[in-house]
Design a protein around this ligand. Structure first.
Ligand code: HPA
Ligand code: ZN
Length: 326
C-alpha cells in the first residue's frame, strides 16, 4: 500500500498513447447510439470479453473496428477529454498523444474533423486540468508510403499544431525503410520523428528506424535487447524508449510481467519510460502500468522515480520544463 501511494502520487508524463485506444466500451456504446451506428456487441461486458488477444494483429482488428463509432468533431473531443479526465487522477501532467488519421479518413471521416475535435480537447485539458499536451500523427504502416504522403498533405494546414509523425499498426512485413521518403519530408517540415519498432519486429527494424527514419524517440523497442551492439548504441545516443508493459502483456510480447525487460533496460543504461499505449484495450492507465510493473519486477523507489523522470526528460518539451516537472 505504501508503494501504491508513492506510485500514485508521482507526477507523470505519458509519451505513448493512441487516443483511439483510450475509447472505453461505455463511450463506444454512447457514441454508437448518438450516431446510430451498429456495433457487433450487445453489452459493455461483451465488448470487454472480446479483448483477448494473441498478438498485435488480433488487437488491431478490433481497434480499427472500435473507432468506427467516432464520426463528429464532438466525438473526437469527448474521446480525448475522457482520456485527460481519467489520467488527471493518475497525476499525468503532460501527454504526447498519437492519433491515426488514416483510421478515420479511410471510413469517410475527414482529417479536419478528427484533428479539430482532438485539439479542442487538448486546449480544454490545458485550461481546465492543467495538463499540457502535443499531438503526433501516425502513419499506418500496413498502408503504402504514397498513402502516408497524402496524409502529410492533409496535415499541411495544421502543421503548427502537430509536433511530429509516428509509425504504427502491423509491424511484421512493414519495416521502417518502407517510409524513408515520407519521414524525410516530415523532418524537412520541422516535425519530430518517432516510430514503433521492436515490438514484434526484429532488432534490424530498430536499426532501420534509427538510420533510415532518423527517429528522435523509439516506441516500444523491446527486441533491441537481442542485439548487444544496438543496446550500446541506444544508450550512447541517449535514446528514449516508450515502453508499454501492460500492452506487452496483453499482446503476448511477454508471457508474464515478471519476464518484462524493463528492468534490464534500465540496467543497460537505456532511457526507458512507462506508458499505457491503448489503455482501454490493455487493462490499465498510467498508474496501473507503473504499479503492476513495479510489483512484478520488484523495482526500487529510485527506479520508479527514474522511470517517471525519464517521461519528462524524454518529452519534446524544453529543458526548463523537463527539469521543473519533478
Ligand atoms: N502497436 C502498433 N500499432 C498500434 C499500437 C501498438 O501498440 N497501438 C495502436 N496501434
Ligand atoms: Zn503503440
Amino acid at each position: 500500500a505504501q508503494r501504491e501511494d508513492f506510485v500514485a502520487g508521482l507526477p507523470k508524463a505519458e509519451l505513448h498513447l493512441h487516443i483511439e485506444g483510450s475509447l472505453e466500451p461505455e463511450l463506444m456504446f454512447a457514441l454508437a447510439q448518438r450516431n446510430a451506428i451498429d456495433i457487433p456487441f450487445a453489452s459493455v461486458e461483451e465488448v470487454r470479453a472480446a479483448y483477448a488477444f494473441s498478438n498485435l494483429q488480433d488487437f488491431l482488428d478490433i481497434y480499427y473496428q472500435g473507432m468506427s463509432v467516432l464520426r463528429t468533431e464532438q466525438d473526437f473531443h469527448d474521446l480525448t477529454m475522457a482520456y485527460f479526465q481519467r489520467v488527471h487522477r493518475d497525476q499525468v501532467r503532460h501527454a504526447e498523444i498519437f492519433f491515426d488519421p488514416q483510421g478515420h479518413t479511410e471510413r469517410g471521416v475527414s482529417f479536419d474533423t478528427a484533428i479539430s475535435g482532438t485539439l479542442r480537447a487538448m486546449d480544454d485539458a490545458k485550461s481546465d486540468l492543467g495538463i499540457s499536451s502535443h499531438l503526433i500523427m501516425c502513419f499506418l504502416r500496413h498502408l503504402s508510403e504514397e498513402d502516408a504522403f497524402a496524409t502529410l498533405e492533409q496535415a499541411e494546414p495544421w502543421l503548427d499544431r502537430i509536433l511530429g509523425v509516428g509509425l504504427d499498426s502491423s509491424e511484421l512485413g512493414h519495416p521502417p525503410s518502407k517510409f524513408v521518403n515520407v519521414f524525410a519530408r516530415a523532418r524537412d517540415k520541422g516535425l519530430k520523428c518517432v516510430a514503433h519498432a521492436g515490438e514484434e519486429g526484429p532488432p534490424a527494424y530498430v536499426r532501420e528506424a534509427l538510420d533510415s527514419l532518423k527517429i528522435d524517440r523509439l516506441d516500444h523497442g523491446n527486441r533491441s535487447l537481442e542485439d548487444g551492439e544496438l543496446v550500446k548504441r541506444l544508450a550512447e545516443e541517449g535514446m528514449t524508449l516508450t515502453v508499454c508493459p501492460l500492452s506487452n502483456l496483453a499482446l503476448c510480447v511477454v508471457d508474464d510481467l515478471r519476464q518484462h525487460p524493463l528492468k534490464k533496460m534500465l540496467d543497460a543504461g537505456l532511457r526507458a519510460t512507462i506508458n499505457s499505449d491503448d489503455p482501454s484495450y490493455f487493462g490499465g492507465y498510467m498508474n496501473d502500468n507503473f504499479l503492476r510493473t513495479a510489483e512484478a519486477l520488484d523495482l526500487t523507489a529510485d527506479e520508479i522515480v527514474t522511470l517517471a523522470k525519464n517521461g519528462f526528460s524524454g518529452s519534446f518539451e524544453d529543458a526548463e520544463f523537463q527539469t521543473r516537472a519533478l
